[in-house]
Ligand binder design. Structure first.
Ligand SMILES: C[S@@+](CC[C@H](N)C(=O)[O-])C[C@H]1O[C@@H](n2cnc3c(N)ncnc32)[C@H](O)[C@@H]1O
Length: 276
């Protein structure tokens, strides 16, 4: 009987935050992440948790810490991600924005301002971070598409969250099919498409993300091949994120120029053939 009671109390004895942080650090979870999760459950800031470590760890936090230990992405647990200095909603089923994509947005903003672009089209909006950021930063009108219905729902939620729903129109469909009749009005096409090679070993976090957002055939180039085959981009600006080993292929296929990301890797393709 005593053994049962001991085992029970060991499992359910409340621990304070400081002890929990230590336990999960030893299990391999970075303290920063544990703090975020505990703060999320408490509805307080990370700073608050850091300075109140003597408090009992809240109910529900352990479950989330364990879930994170399995590799389930932190951003899906808290339903939020920071992009270009702003907070965006994200959910399982939608790609988690990557830091490299801030560079893509930076390039696009530069082009929009320099060439006085009025209408942008984004293929593959995901959580809407690109379209919404461009609308906020430049006031340009953004048409966006995605083949995933959930992407439209989350992107509209993010447009509302940042008060730019009047500057965006998102539609379900492949490439620019939903906006075919407006193709001539589009000044700039932007995309962070799927570009990972099918069959390569990926880090375990990626296993929780939607496959159609990541993979693009055996060489990861299917999206680009199809796009440049479908559309005559004469007179337009095209800005796309690319895999770090895809520049040579894309420079042969287009008149584009590759630009490196902050890690010094080829990451963006820019084609400027703008006449307006
Ligand atoms: C790499 S994710 C990018 C999401 C978001 N723009 C970002 O940067 O975080 C690619 C997105 O493209 C969408 N997608 C894939 N193929 C597509 C296609 N042919 N037409 C439209 N969207 C597509 C996927 O559903 C996914 O949301």
């Amino acid at each position: 009987m005593n053994d049962v009671r001991d085992a029970f109390s060991e499992k359910f004895d409340k621990k304070n935050i400081s002890e929990i942080l230590r336990t999960y650090k030893a299990k391999g979870l970075p303290e920063r992440e544990a703090l975020i999760l505990i703060a999320f459950v408490l509805g307080k800031s990370r700073e608050y948790v850091l300075s109140h470590q003597e408090l009992e760890c809240p109910d529900g936090a352990i479950e989330l810490l364990e879930k994170r230990l399995t590799g389930y992405p932190l951003q899906y647990i808290v339903g939020n991600v920071e992009f270009y200095g702003r907070q965006f909603t994200v959910e399982e089923g939608i790609l988690i924005p990557r830091w490299e994509t801030e560079g893509l947005v930076e390039l696009a903003i530069e082009c929009i301002k320099r060439f006085n672009v009025k209408t942008v089209a984004e293929i593959g909006i995901g959580s809407g971070i690109i379209s919404v950021t461009l609308a906020i930063e430049t006031g340009a009108y953004v048409l966006g598409t995605d083949i995933n219905p959930k992407a439209l729902e989350i992107s509209y939620a993010n447009a509302k969250r940042h008060n730019v729903e009047h500057l965006v129109s998102f539609k379900l469909g492949s490439y620019l099919e939903p906006f075919e009749e407006r193709f001539d009005d589009i000044d700039m096409i932007i995309s962070n498409p799927p570009y990972v090679r099918e069959g390569i070993e990926v880090q375990r976090e990626l296993l929780y993300e939607p496959k159609e957002a990541l993979f693009a055939g055996e060489d990861g180039l299917n999206f680009y091949r199809e796009f440049f085959n479908r559309y005559n981009i004469k007179g337009k600006i095209v800005v796309m994120e690319i895999g770090d080993d895809q520049c040579a292929f894309l420079q042969k296929l287009t008149d584009g120029k590759c630009i490196k990301d902050l890690a010094g890797k080829d990451r963006y393709l820019v084609i400027i053939d703008y006449k307006r």
